[in-house]
Design a protein around this ligand. Structure first.
Ligand SMILES: Nc1nc2c(c(=O)[nH]1)N[C@H]1C(S)=C(S)[C@@H](COP(=O)(O)OP(=O)(O)OC[C@H]3O[C@@H](n4cnc5c(=O)[nH]c(N)nc54)[C@H](O)[C@@H]3O)O[C@H]1N2
Ligand SMILES: Nc1nc2c(c(=O)[nH]1)N[C@H]1C(S)=C(S)[C@@H](COP(=O)(O)OP(=O)(O)OC[C@H]3O[C@@H](n4cnc5c(=O)[nH]c(N)nc54)[C@H](O)[C@@H]3O)O[C@H]1N2
Ligand code: SF4
Ligand SMILES: [Mo]
Length: 763
């Protein structure tokens, strides 16, 4: 029995002492937090111990969330750009009418497929993505993208071929955890990352392997630290695979039973010259051998790659090679290994053929429905008759976050019309025809779809803890108003559904079925229809969660057994309704699926539900690797710059107020002591960084964690901010003023931001 709650003390009734449950929106871990308010200020933030996934864990960043909620960059009125480039405030009715007219004019003249949709959610806000999808259908928009297409699409392409779905590691239980170009101490990527890393590090029976050219905070805890030369991971991981195969540490019986085509991969790795590859990546051969043997001896191995390799040479090949390691060891569908997982709303879609559609103008592969980010500006600037003519951008700052900031600015200037939906007047907003101010993530109902956990998967829907800031609207309301102004939803369609919603969920489901059968366009507008009908029966402030009713239904249909195991009974429709209600009622999050490990096989979407190990294109690349380059430095650019490192006070571009940073206020360039000496700079001094893309001056941090010849700059810096009104000023280096769109992976088009050849000079 639950203990009876003690009667509230007087102090707990004081509104200033109440803690409101929500989540942290600064990274994909989305830790549960509790926030105390004084007026609209966050006066205290602490971890929510009851949260189903994070259990009270946070990092230092969450404690400073007030800088996100309350800052002088918040927009409080729609802004319209005038001919001279300045902006005037306009009222919402005018703004919605103008935006609908502007987009409709482009659709009418050039076709809706010449309007591009970018963004649709950040680290904590994904509901708008569903509403944005409705607006896309209303306008006939076909091309879209978001940040995933500048980091994860190469891996998604590989996952699609191997598994037909996404895979994730069970680091909480893994005997051996491997991080490739990933620094979870700073960047997280799984629940309670620092606690788990310390636990692994303190346990003699478990091992931590880190592959990184910088001795990162994670590498500091590692049992095996492979300090590769930047951009040479393919050699390092191929060498690890070579040892596994050549010393026969792989699980051949398991491979025979569970995979197709592993022979070709095994044959390729048996040819690897381990000594030569070790030499080429700069890691001692003995260390590579002992690392591979440790992996080979383990009951479970889990691997996580991230930007360090996804944004560097051979990125898609590295995704494949790291997956080969744990496939060859049979570390799948068991505790501590790799697994598939359920999802409330999948972040990716997977093509198992590898034959992706391509972009009309620039020809890159559209993986998971996303245009390669590096091609967006190039396409607009191509002059091609089929180029994009308008953009709708929400919850993203591509001028700042995509390769080649100037190219994206130029592209936006080329457009006939552009709209940015954001909480702040960002670098991207400053280039738009129209800027629409959104309510913040603490002023509306929201949810994130980073639900990757296995065997138990958790989803958190959060209620607003504040009223919308005056002048702002939540995105669902913006999209609903746009749909009306575009004339795509009709009161006559909505009325019967509203009536049915009042009678209950099953009456609503039946009425919705009938309505969409009679008028199929309504299905495409799903989110908006749900918001306008079912949403109106939900508690005040929760209306926009209506779209999750559909997601809960889909989830119950797709993962019926696992949703039932999580405690939801009945037929799938009933289970979906119960799940939806649970999501609305539980600020601590809901375990929506419970699996057992072998069920990981059931979620594979491959023939015979076997892992399809052979990817001929990438095996050809592996064969050619021995003759491939390891170094892109030149006489003109003798250093490699990693442009965009995660540090204790970086959070993409979510935090604009530089005062939020307690350390590293300007975002220093990290450089090794001997490089600092040869360039002639001192700790705290200034250094000019020049690349093919541009030049910038940074403050210097002499730091022995980086290899000689390798320097790093943080991400998310260089944002305009004006502390007390007046002129905006930028702090630190905006990394994409130094990058170019052409420096990218051949399969996925993802940028090589971690590998930018650079020249350094003392200032
Ligand atoms: N604090 C903080 N956390 C964040 C974010 C944030 O902005 N700040 N952003 C979130 C987002 S959107 C993402 S995608 C993740 C990213 O998370 P990570 O990928 O972990 O972050 P990075 O620091 O960009 O890169 C990871 C590591 O790659 C290494 N690296 C650089 N070049 C190479 C190379 O050639 N080979 C190898 N093996 N490693 C290399 C770097 O030294 C660094 O330690 O972080 C998320 N979490
Ligand atoms: N050189 C270099 N570039 C990089 C990286 C790198 O390592 N190096 N990292 C890349 C990675 S991995 C990522 S994920 C991207 C991230 O870059 P983006 O995808 O552009 O996303 P964010 O920086 O998270 O910006 C989110 C935007 O959402 C706004 N926002 C916040 N809350 C709300 C809201 O409730 N509603 C709306 N409408 N807007 C809101 C913020 O003000 C901000 O403008 O950056 C990438 N860029
Ligand atoms: S930044 Fe990430 S890890 Fe830190 S508290 Fe927020 S969600 Fe959790
Ligand atoms: Mo990211």
């Amino acid at each position: 029995m639950e203990p009876v709650a003690p009667a509230p003390q007087d102090s707990e009734l004081d509104p200033a002492k109440v803690f409101h449950k929500t989540i942290c929106v600064l990274c994909s871990a989305n830790c549960g937090v509790e926030i105390r308010l004084h007026g609209r200020e966050f006066t205290r933030v602490r971890g929510n111990k009851q949260h189903k996934a994070s259990k009270g864990y946070t990092c230092e960043k969450a404690l400073r969330l007030n800088h996100y909620q309350n800052n002088t960059a918040r927009l409080t009125s729609p802004m319209k750009r005038l001919a001279d480039g300045s902006y005037v405030e306009v009222d919402w009715d005018t703004a919605i009418a103008d935006v609908a007219a502007g987009l409709k004019a482009v659709a009418g003249k050039h076709g809706g497929d010449k309007i591009f949709y970018y963004g649709g959610g950040g680290q904590g806000n994904h509901l708008m993505g569903a509403y944005g999808a409705a607006t896309r259908r209303a306008l006939g928009i076909t091309l879209r993208s978001n940040a995933l297409a500048q980091e994860k699409t190469g891996e998604a392409w590989v996952d699609g071929r191997l598994f037909g779905t996404h895979t994730h590691g069970d680091f909480h239980n893994a005997e051996v955890s491997v991080f490739v170009g990933k620094n979870p101490w700073q960047s997280h990527g799984f629940d309670e990352a620092r606690r788990v890393l310390k636990e692994i590090s303190g346990d003699d029976g478990r091992s931590l392997i880190v592959i990184d050219p910088r001795r990162s905070e994670t590498a500091d805890l590692a049992d095996y630290f492979l300090q590769v030369q930047p951009g040479t991971d393919a050699f390092c991981i191929a060498a690890l695979g070579g040892v596994l195969v050549q010393e026969d540490l792989i699980d051949r019986a398991w491979l025979a039973e569970n995979t197709v085509g592993s022979d070709t991969a095994v044959a390729a790795l048996s040819e690897i010259d381990v000594a030569s590859f070790a030499d080429r990546c700069g890691v001692d051969e003995a260390l590579i051998r002992s690392t591979a043997r440790r992996m080979g001896a383990a009951d479970s191995v889990a691997v996580l790659e991230d930007l360090g390799t996804e944004m560097a040479p051979n990125s898609t090949l590295v995704s494949y090679l790291q997956k080969l390691l744990w496939i060859l060891l049979g570390s799948f569908a068991k505790p501590g290994g790799m697994t598939t997982h359920s999802s409330m709303v999948p972040l990716f879609s997977y093509g198992a053929s590898g034959k992706e559609p391509t972009t009309p103008v620039t020809g890159g592969a559209i993986i998971s429905g996303l245009v390669p980010c590096n091609e967006i500006a190039d396409g607009v600037l191509s002059g091609h008759p089929d180029r994009i003519r308008a953009m709708l951008i929400e919850s993203a700052n591509p001028v700042h976050s995509l390769a080649g900031s100037q190219a994206f600015r130029d592209a936006m200037a080329e457009l006939d019309f552009s709209v940015v939906v954001d909480v702040a007047m960002t670098e991207t907003a400053r280039e738009a025809s129209y800027v629409l101010p959104a309510s913040s993530q603490y002023e509306k109902v929201e949810a994130a779809f980073f639900n990757l956990s296995f065997p138990d998967n958790v989803m958190t829907v959060r209620a607003p803890i504040l009223e919308p800031l005056d002048g702002t609207l939540p995105e669902p309301e913006i999209h609903a108003r746009l749909a009306k102004a575009l004339g795509v939803v009709d009161e006559a369609d909505l009325q019967p559904l509203r009536g049915a919603a009042k009678q209950g969920r099953s009456a609503f489901a039946a009425a919705l079925m009938e309505a969409t059968a009679a008028k199929p366009e309504l299905a495409g507008l799903g989110a908006i229809v749900l918001y306008e009908t079912l949403g109106q029966t939900l508690p005040k402030g929760m209306e926009a969660a209506a779209v999750l009713w559909f997601s809960a239904q889909q989830c119950a249909m797709r993962f019926t057994e696992a949703v039932r195991a999580a405690g939801f009974d009945g037929e799938p429709e009933e289970m979906g309704n119960a799940l939806f209600d649970a999501l609305l009622e539980n600020p601590d999050g809901v375990v929506f699926t419970k699996h057992d490990y072998p069920q990981s096989w059931d979620m594979l979407r491959t023939p015979d539900q076997k892992i399809q190990v052979e990817i001929p294109e990438l095996l050809a690349d592996l064969a050619a690797l021995a003759d491939g380059p390891t170094d892109y430095r030149t006489g003109e650019f003798p250093f490699i710059l990693a442009a965009g490192e995660r540090r204790s006070f970086t959070a993409n571009t979510i935090m604009r107020d530089p005062a939020w940073r307690k350390k590293d206020p300007e975002g220093a360039l990290r450089i090794s002591p001997s490089d600092a000496a040869s360039v002639g700079v001192e700790h705290g001094g200034r250094i000019r960084i020049t690349t093919r893309g541009g030049a910038a001056v940074a403050v210097v941090e002499v730091n022995d964690s980086v290899l000689d010849g390798f320097v790093t700059l943080p991400n998310g810096m260089g944002l305009d901010y004006s502390p007390a009104g007046g002129n905006p000023e930028a702090t630190g280096v905006s990394p994409n003023e130094l990058t170019t769109t052409d420096w990218r992976d051949q399969y996925a088009g993802t940028p090589w931001h971690k590998h930018v050849p650079a020249r350094l000079e003392a200032v």
